[in-house]
Write a protein that binds this ligand. Sequence first.
Ligand SMILES: Cc1ncc(COP(=O)(O)O)c(C=O)c1O
Length: 389
Amino acid sequence: MVYEPAQRIADFKPYFFASLSKRLAELKARDMDIIRIDIGSPDLPPADFIIERLYQAAKRPDAHGYTPNGGTPAFKRATAEYYGRRFGVEVDPDTETIALIGSKEGLFNLSQVLVNPGDVVLVPDPGYPVYSASGIIAGASVHSMPLLAENGFLPRLEDIPEDVARKAKILWLNYPNNPTGAIATLAFYQQALDFARKYNLLVAHDAPYADVCFDGYHAPSILELPGAKEITVEFNSLSKTYNMAGWRLGMAVGNADVIKMLSTYKSQVDTSVFLPILEAGMAALEGDQGWLEERNAIYQLRRDIILEALLAVGFQIETPKAAIYVWARLPAGESDSMSFCSRLLEETGVSTTPGVVYGQYGEGYLRISLGADTERIKEAVARIAAWVH
Ligand SMILES: Cc1ncc(COP(=O)(O)O)c(C=O)c1O
């Protein structure tokens, strides 16, 4: 029997990290000492009290059945209260929040509920690949908004052609940004809201790194702006904030109609999140946030180790104030990030992410993740420095 993929996925390539894992397994089988500073998966565990809550909840005999579509009322309340405490934003837990099986799920599904074939989605380039992949599956044309160093890695909304803007359904934004580590001000978010109002579209703000900040910086939520909630959905996640990437728990907050669409769609597609994970998520959101400062200090130290080593050998890097990435321009004479990262891996065992994975404007860069053991990061950058010299 020969099976053909459906047309809408026929051109899909495997997600970069899925293919990379295969190559890494081959190199490991040859006894190569691999250091992974490619993927944005926190290496540190969540605080003990979060794990303890998971364990306690899992021991309860009534905790093993299906949970309500889109999360328990208690988890939604915890989300709304977190938004109140952390950002001063008031949201109705029932109608303006929804639990997600990790934010990636919600990002993907947002395109499915809002976008018709022929619509346009406005996507940052470089950007997290799900924004465009989900739009393409929904039949949209993707309009790339270049994120350039000279603009602080913010899109220039004024450069979007009028006819494109009129067909657009979603303006995707992501700050603190993956992969560039850039941040956005409320003034920039205000421009985005004005643009969305003018062209009658939704701002989808992806904010999983809002609590991973350095040098005393605190990232704002776009929802802090007056009226933002009417035209915005903000995605958030426990993955990076609380070191819970494998647990798969996130949330969307904002426009009630869109939250309802997501809820209806998800009720046909998935069966929500395991109760002990929701409960542990509540413990994370409601509990002492003090441990995050210590965790962020560890990332900051790693950032500084990487910067010091790589700036000394000619990489150009803007110091990131948030997120868990260093976005480095390739050394002079190198322009092909896929080839550079592949040679680096084969010859030194250090696995980084080629910038082009995030779009054509990511070409010429590589991304280094801070989510690896500090001593291994030191070793990795020493290998990189010796190799480029
Ligand atoms: C910008 C961005 N959005 C969303 C996600 C997905 O996070 P989650 O684990 O909540 O699905 C990631 C993960 O790397 C990310 O970098």
